[in-house]
Ligand binder design. Structure first.
Ligand code: NAG
Length: 92
């Protein structure tokens, strides 16, 4: 296999392992209620350090809605949140 081919394959595998690409945090996205519910509880995230209880920080009627919001707006909080939702398989 040529070197360039194997590098391309590795990049593909890494991308697959990371699961998916999350939407970029645009100003429009940030303005939505969904994103406000995810971005506002920043202090809460720092307190729980990204474990199972972190989901409770997000504003929402139920966990289903919290997970959806987290998946949609994780990029507005940062890579740490996108990694967290991926690891917990919150995004389908
Ligand atoms: C969670 O809340 C959303 C939004 O109100 C609603 O559409 C959904 O049916 C609820 N899911 C459960 C399991 O209660």
């Amino acid at each position: 296999m040529k070197l360039t081919t194997s590098l391309g394959l590795i990049a593909l595998l890494v991308e697959a392992a990371l699961g998916q690409n999350f939407p970029e945090c645009t100003r429009e996205l940030l303005r939505t209620d969904d994103c406000a519910a995810v971005v506002n509880p920043n202090a809460c995230y720092n307190q729980f350090r990204w474990n199972a209880r972190t989901l409770g920080c997000i504003e929402g009627e139920n966990d289903t809605q919290r997970k959806q919001r987290a998946c949609k707006c994780c990029s507005c909080v940062g890579t740490v949140m996108c990694n967290w939702v991926t690891q917990n398989r919150y995004c389908s």
